[in-house]
Design a protein around this ligand. Structure first.
Ligand code: NAD
Length: 427
């Protein structure tokens, strides 16, 4: 592997920026230091801290750096790691990308930064684990898939259900015809998300690099609602809850049905409940039409009860019965038979799978590869575009990368990055 050689060279000659002077020992990382991948986590909110713990515990990997535009979050995340004094803290992800001693990065920033950071990392020779949704728009997903292939890098998408043994077994059962012909899958996002109120414009918190946080997004004044976590509900940074929680269910539904881009989709939705700073819908129904099946996404963010037994879950409807995948596991209900649970051998999970694929230098080993993640993210973006434009239907051509007969929808397939924050790879 080229990058191993380069790292050995850097270690031997002392060239390059060495983020951590000596390797440190973390639980589970039982390979000798020279064989461990040096990993950095970018974006240290709740998810970034989970990833830091996951990568620190993975075999054959050590977390050597954490990065956040918010130095308080960076320090708090470093502190949680074993031997934290040796974990480098960066405020600017571009320094992480430049650091040739770092082999792999995971990205858990706000969505509008996912693809720009991932592309810069890939182009600079790093392997990437990027949180869902991997893109902020449809075209970015295509670019990520292309770049991963062109630079031959492992790019894993943070849809962790793809590494779940029970779900893999249930989907295989369905693929083998266990449910008969499956003509519909429902992706359910049915939960209560409280209103966020209206936040006034203020100065950003001291020490925070807010301009870097905005990055490719348009320059706007700071408000506490546009900041940590609630950015999900603004189109400049997030993709609403369809691209947040919903993408997990859309991905499982698509995986189970074995489908990609739809022939056509219909969508409607809006705000029936929120009367606050939210830009994204609280209610949404999107139907993706394929040659011989439908994938329906149904979202309500104002309910404290379940839909078909799920807050977040999937139901596959076949002519022999139904299969539920959700918080209650994988439950099979064949007509005339007793309900039964499908279980399967537990795998190592997609973090360890990513490390193993990088060490084998083989992207084909990835369980949640970017080419799948990008399609699931695109479905969410297309559902959002149709909802935002209230245009009812939309037909996307993934080869020409246009929405047929709808210039406004085609415009929303990509964005103009703010000068200084252009993409490192544009095809
Ligand atoms: N796979 C999953 O189950 C799962 C679960 C939760 C969140 N996520 C995803 O993880 C991401 C983060 O979610 P969160 O809840 O932690 O959000 P968050 O807002 O709490 O954290 C994001 C962090 O990224 C930082 N950040 C933003 N731009 C940055 C940049 N350019 N460089 C460095 N740091 C930057 C922010 O300051 C913030 O601390 C989201 O995209 C979300 O969809 C995935």
């Amino acid at each position: 592997m080229e990058h191993w050689t380069r790292r050995k060279f850097i270690q031997t000659t002392g060239a390059g920026i060495v983020a951590s002077a000596a390797p440190f020992i973390v639980t589970g990382a039982n390979a000798p230091p020279s064989e461990r991948l040096r990993h950095a986590v970018i974006g240290m909110g709740g998810r970034g801290r989970d990833l830091a713990g996951g990568f620190a515990a993975a075999k054959g990997c050590e977390v050597v750096a954490v990065c956040d535009v918010d130095p308080e979050r960076c320090a708090a995340a470093a502190k949680e790691l074993a031997d934290s004094a040796r974990v480098a803290q960066y405020q600017d992800h571009r320094k992480v990308i430049e650091d040739k001693t770092i082999d792999t990065v995971s990205i858990a920033t706000c969505d509008h930064w996912h693809t720009p950071i991932a592309l810069a990392a890939i182009v600079s020779g790093k392997h990437v684990y990027v949180e869902k949704p991997c893109s902020h728009n449809v075209i970015e997903g295509h670019l990520l898939t292309e770049a991963a292939k062109k630079f031959r890098k492992c790019v894993q998408h943070g849809t962790q259900s793809r590494g779940n043994g029970d779900i893999k077994t249930a989907i295989q059962f369905m693929r083998d015809g266990g449910l008969g012909k499956v003509r519909m899958a429902k992706a359910i996002n049915h939960q209560f998300r409280p209103p966020i109120g209206r936040a006034p414009e203020t100065d950003p918190p001291p020490g925070v690099n807010y301009d870097l946080w905005l990055g490719p997004a348009p320059k706007r004044p700071f408000t506490s609602n546009r900041w940590h976590y609630n950015w999900h509900w603004f189109w400049d940074y997030g993709a609403g809850d369809m691209g947040n929680d919903g993408i997990h269910q859309v991905d499982i539904a698509r995986w189970g049905l074995g489908v990609g881009f739809p022939n056509i989709l219909t969508a409607s939705g809006g705000q029936l409940f929120y009367d606050d700073d939210h830009e994204t819908p609280d209610t949404q129904v999107v139907t993706f039409e394929y040659d011989d099946c439908y994938l329906m996404y149904e979202m309500r963010l104002w309910t404290r009860y379940k839909l078909e037994g799920h807050e977040n879950g999937d139901v596959f409807y076949g002519d022999k019965g139904r299969l539920d995948i959700g918080g209650g596991g994988c439950v099979l209900q064949l007509v005339g038979e007793e309900e039964k649970r499908i279980t399967g051998p537990g795998g190592p999970g997609i973090i360890q799978n990513f490390i193993d694929a990088v060490k084998a230098d083989d992207p084909s080993l990835l369980e949640a590869p970017i080419e799948e993640g990008a399609v699931s993210a695109a479905l969410c973006h297309l559902g959002n575009i149709t909802t935002r434009l209230s245009c009812g239907q939309l037909k996307y051509d993934p080869v020409k990368r246009i929405v047929l007969g709808n210039a406004e929808a085609t415009r929303l397939l990509s964005r103009e990055c703010r000068p200084g924050y252009e993409l490192a790879y544009t095809g």
